[in-house]
Design a protein around this ligand. Structure first.
Ligand SMILES: NC(=O)c1ccc[n+]([C@@H]2O[C@H](COP(=O)([O-])OP(=O)(O)OC[C@H]3O[C@@H](n4cnc5c(N)ncnc54)[C@H](OP(=O)(O)O)[C@@H]3O)[C@@H](O)[C@H]2O)c1
Length: 276
């Protein structure tokens, strides 16, 4: 099956290449496949993909806040170009989206039917991307995930591990709860989804939920590192973009399709084993 994969050099993109070795994968990276290129849709269509997996995005949440124009150019208009290319080729489109489309006022996991209300530019630009992919095209699956980490690239898990070996303590927010998702586990789920005919919106994150503070403690425990973790508030963390306080994702719909990710803590263990 011919699959065009955007963001192939990203955290998830690299894991997808690993999970899809039996498929004919076209890696669509910069500079040849630039999301701001007006000709992107035609370029994608000319490769005649059966499925387009669109993971590329401007993912720096505070960077998006500083530069909303770029965020929307890449995450909204860029995604429109990818969707146009997929539609022209008659390909199924799988678009990776985010838990940050929600405002975090809930206290139980978000389902696909819950109303969206992003608090920051990144969330708004990714939501605009969702709307572009769902607009008038029936072959789209929007897959929302959360708190993604991988052995590739930079992420929360790697930051905690490197701080723990250079500092006596790490300060981590305790008033943000979500579902940590190991990219290798998510890639396996996506490999299952490309052959299904499910469309619309679906959530896929590590099973269960925790605060960032609990996540950091689990990472250090599993890694056998004794560094102290100090809980702080989101306000104290001083980040530019607002963060939703609660974004755990319900995976009931994913389960209905016979797919699931392991519990989030198992993801941490697997990450440490894969990294070794
Ligand atoms: N990371 C998270 O916690 C998280 C949570 C929920 C959802 N998601 C979503 O999951 C998807 C994958 O995330 P990730 O963490 O794997 O992303 P990532 O590691 O930040 O990789 C992003 C990829 O997008 C590419 N890219 C950025 N701007 C581009 C542009 N203008 N044109 C072409 N390519 C461009 C990057 O290419 P370069 O290498 O050339 O920069 C990179 O390959 C994204 O859609 C993201 O929104 C992520």
């Amino acid at each position: 099956m011919r699959i065009l994969l955007t963001g192939a050099k990203g955290q998830l993109g690299q894991e997808l290449q690993r999970a899809l070795t039996k498929e004919d994968v076209i890696t669509a990276d910069r500079p040849d496949y630039e999301l701001t290129d007006p000709k992107l849709g035609d370029k994608i269509a000319s490769t005649r993909p059966y499925v387009v997996i669109h993971t590329a995005a401007y993912t720096d949440v505070d960077g998006c806040e500083r530069d909303p124009d770029s965020a929307f150019q890449v995450n909204a208009q860029g995604t429109r170009r990818v969707a146009e290319g997929a539609a022209k080729a008659g390909a199924k489109l799988l678009y990776l989206s985010t838990d940050y489309v929600f405002d975090g006022r809930k206290t139980v996991p978000y389902t696909e039917r819950d109303p969206v209300n992003p608090l920051n530019v990144y969330g708004r630009s990714k939501l605009a991307g969702e709307e572009e992919t769902l607009k008038g095209y029936r072959g789209t699956l929007v897959l929302r995930t959360s708190w993604l980490y991988s052995v590739h690239g930079n992420n929360f898990v790697k930051t905690i591990l490197s701080l723990a070996v250079t500092q006596p303590e790490v300060r981590v927010v305790e008033d943000q709860r979500g579902s940590p998702t190991y990219a290798r586990h998510l890639a396996q789920v996506i490999a299952g989804l490309i052959r299904s005919d499910v469309t619309g919106v679906m959530h896929a994150g590590g099973e269960g939920e925790c605060s960032r503070y609990e996540f950091a403690k689990a990472i250090l425990q599993e890694a056998g590192l004794g560094c102290r973790v100090v809980p702080i508030s989101t306000a104290e963390s001083g980040r530019l973009a607002r963060r939703p306080p609660y974004t755990a994702l319900s995976t009931a719909f994913l389960h209905q399709h016979g797919l699931n990710l392991p519990p989030w803590r198992e993801g941490v263990r697997q990450f440490l084993a894969d990294r070794a």
